[in-house]
Design a protein around this ligand. Structure first.
Ligand code: HAM
Length: 418
């Protein structure tokens, strides 16, 4: 049996990097005043239907199904709609600042950096329209990537304006697409339904047409332009370098105003987004809640790690055991001693199944343990254990009182942390 196509298992020691990535994100998010939000992996179909009527992620790639009770449910394809659903349901005080870690499911054609299950770390601030929050969001993602050691990263920002700006722009854009109907061909229906979606196409034969397309920036209302200017000012004040990407419109129907993406220069262009997000000022209302302008981002853990690989940062941590308990006689004190060592904060392990001493020592070496603590019957009778330094050439060993062994090991660990 194999895992479903496009879905990955993460085994140790690779999984140690996941602990690292998640811990760094959690610590940063908590420092910024965000709390962890956990939502179900499935939602009612309608929760997502609203965010992506014109997007492939919802129309073609969503895993939706009818459950045993006849309810239509969907596996989460993205993280924002569930957060807004939870906000509308629970009505917490605003601004509501949350972060999350969750798997997402999209039935895409799998390739390196594009999977059918991917994990996102994300953050959202619900219920406040302040450009300084946009800056803080970007700062959170930017700083997190820096924490991981990533350097080859470009920040792209754009403004999709308010409803008024977008309506004016849509009309101009539809005219422009119609003038290029021959080239657009079968996609014309989509161009009419959501003219912005065509803008972020990566089709090489459209590159020229897209290059010359009218730009949203020219149609921003005064209010939208002022908001976007303040975002840029904030980023500059933090020394975060960015590029304005006039055709960055992002893939979901909910986006308004500021949008942004982090592109890794170390990854293949088709899958180089290691994070992205933006404002969605009307989604809460569209989902039946109060007006709650909001912003957030999601960042794919698999892609972050591919970028780390490409840049040679954040290697998998090699598990380091402090001690390996070896007991040739198979006494029950092994159980007790091991518990004692672990409770005192040492990383300790043993072999199981009453194996001969030689095999136990080989297991200690294989586990990369620093010390072997050997329970010989004779020494045990005198209240002593034998400690062997597994990193010394000549296998130097000495006796240590059984009662003091945990403290003895702790002292050496603290002296020379491995
Ligand atoms: P998204 O751009 O679709 O946005 O996904 C966010 C990130 O998830 C991407 O930048 C990428 O790193 C990763 N990702 C997406 N699809 C895949 C895939 N098939 N395989 C591997 N990684 C992938 C959202 O999902 C929005 N909910 C972000 C957001 C939050 N906007 C506002 N708040």
């Amino acid at each position: 049996m194999r895992a479903p196509k496009g879905m990955l298992d993460v085994l140790p020691p690779e999984s140690s990097r996941w602990i690292d990535v998640v811990t760094r994100f959690a610590s940063r998010a908590e420092r910024f005043g965000y709390g962890l939000l956990l939502t179900p992996i499935v939602e009612h179909y309608e929760v997502f239907a609203r965010v992506g009527e014109t997007t492939d992620v919802v129309r073609k790639e969503m895993y939706d199904f009818v459950d045993r009770g006849g309810r239509r449910l969907a596996l989460r394809p993205e993280g924002t709609a569930p957060v807004v659903r939870a906000f509308v349901q629970h009505r917490p005080a605003t601004p509501w600042k949350v972060w999350y870690l969750a798997p997402n499911f999209r039935a895409e054609q799998p390739q390196a950096g594009r999977y059918r299950q991917h994990w996102q770390l994300g953050a959202e601030v619900i219920g406040i329209d302040d450009p300084d929050v946009d800056v803080e969001m970007i700062e959170l993602l930017w700083g997190f990537c820096a924490d991981l050691g990533l350097r080859n990263v470009r920040l792209l920002v754009n403004s999709m304006g308010d409803a008024e700006s977008r309506t004016r722009y849509r009309d101009v854009l539809i005219d422009y697409w119609r003038a290029h109907a021959a080239l657009i061909g079968g996609e014309m229906e989509r161009a009419d339904a959501n003219p912005l979606r065509i803008l972020d196409s990566k089709r090489p034969d459209w590159a020229d047409m897209l290059e010359r397309a009218p730009q949203l920036g020219e149609y921003l209302s005064d209010e939208s332009a002022a908001h976007f200017a303040r975002v840029q000012e904030g980023l500059q004040s933090l020394g975060i370098s960015f590029e304005i990407a006039p055709r960055l419109v992002r893939g979901f129907d909910y986006y308004t105003s500021t949008v942004f993406e982090l592109a890794s220069g170390a990854l293949d262009v088709a899958q180089n987004a290691i994070g992205g997000g933006g404002r969605y000022d009307r989604l809460a209302q569209e989902m039946g809640g109060p007006p709650a302008p909001s912003i957030g981002f999601g960042s794919g853990i698999e892609r972050l790690l591919l970028a780390c690989d490409a840049e040679g940062v954040l290697p998998a941590a090699v598990a380091r055991l402090d001690a390996f308990v070896v007991d040739p006689g198979g006494s029950v004190d092994t159980v007790h001693l091991l518990a004692e060592l672990r409770e005192s904060g040492l990383a300790a392990d043993r072999a199981y199944g009453n194996r001969p001493m030689k095999k136990q020592m080989a297991a200690a070496d294989k586990a990369g343990a620093r010390w072997a603590v050997i329970l010989f019957e004779r020494e045990a009778g005198r209240g002593m254990v034998v400690v062997r330094d597994l990193r010394s050439e000549d296998g130097a060993q000495q006796e240590v009182p059984r009662a003091e062994i945990a403290a003895w090991l702790r002292m050496r660990k603290d002296e020379a942390p491995s």
